[in-house]
Design a protein around this ligand. Structure first.
Ligand code: NAD
Length: 238
């Protein structure tokens, strides 16, 4: 592990075109559970699996139940950015890192100071009325009970990509652009099983693919550097 961290440190020092691609594991050290760790949401017992509750069909049919789970498990306003979020923001300020591409919906990269953040799955912090399209902040969800409603009577929904819904094509295109031009691509805190997001890493054509994860992924054998550890701890040590 020490050798891998030294190599990563050298690559970071030398590069001015680093791109980071991450997922829920980036925020577990901030206290937000991921889906697939042993203490993640898949191991907790609900009437339905998270991916059913967080689907378009479920939202349309049972918005009350959706919002009960969503407020309880997906909205984490007290969570603070951790060492991984802060380190990535620092590299951007130093002109080394060009973009953070995230599957997360918690807004913690921006809170840490990152500016170029491509949110593949949207953000819990943005919401809008399904009827009149009026945008609202997170308070529309946190300060209400049951299904939040707009003044016009429409249902307010989160600006997040639910299962069965398509990703924003401009965010995908921009992500492809950054990944395909990257010198160093760091992939961290993601099981790489949620598509199409996970497929974006295939656009990387360089020789410095770094994988930092607590568990195994299908990319392990392709990575030039594979660090099995907690991403906040690893990035602080670089
Ligand atoms: P996932 O739960 O499928 O996988 C998380 C991966 O990160 C696992 O392989 C786990 O071993 C690893 N991990 C956990 N903690 C880690 C740490 N401290 N350091 C390094 N690795 C760590 O998450 P995913 O791949 O992002 O896919 C799940 C989907 O659910 C995504 O779409 C994501 O947006 C969404 N989600 C988001 C949040 C959030 O916004 N914080 C939380 C839960 C789920």
């Amino acid at each position: 592990m020490d050798d891998a961290i030294s190599t990563l440190r050298q690559w970071i020092e030398e590069s001015e075109n680093i791109v980071f691609f991450g997922g829920a594991g980036v925020s577990t050290e901030s206290g937000i559970p991921d889906f697939r760790s042993t203490d993640g949401l898949y191991s907790q017992k609900y009437a339905y699996p998270p991916e059913t509750i967080l689907s378009h069909t479920f939202f349309m049919k049972q918005p009350e139940e959706f919002y009960r789970f969503y407020r309880d498990k997906m909205v984490a306003l007290d969570a603070q950015p951790n060492a991984a979020h802060r380190r990535l923001a620092e590299w951007e300020r130093q002109g080394k890192l060009k973009a953070v591409i995230t599957q997360n919906i918690d807004g913690l990269h921006q809170r840490a100071g990152s500016e170029k953040v491509l949110e593949l799955h949207g953000s819990t912090l943005r919401n809008y009325c399904m009827n009149c399209k009026k945008p609202s902040g997170i308070e529309a969800v946190t300060a209400s009970e049951g299904v939040p409603r707009c003044n016009c009577g429409g249902i307010i929904r989160p600006d997040v990509v639910l299962y069965e819904e398509g990703l924003d094509s401009s965010v995908i295109q921009e992500s492809v652009k950054y990944i395909s031009k990257a010198d160093v691509l760091i992939v961290g805190g993601t099981s790489l099983v949620v598509y199409p997001a996970a497929g974006l890493v295939d656009y990387y054509g360089g020789s410095k693919l770094v994988l930092i994860n607590k568990g195994a992924t299908h990319l392990d054998s392709r990575a030039a550097l594979h660090i099995n550890g907690k991403i906040g701890e690893v990035l602080s040590a670089v």
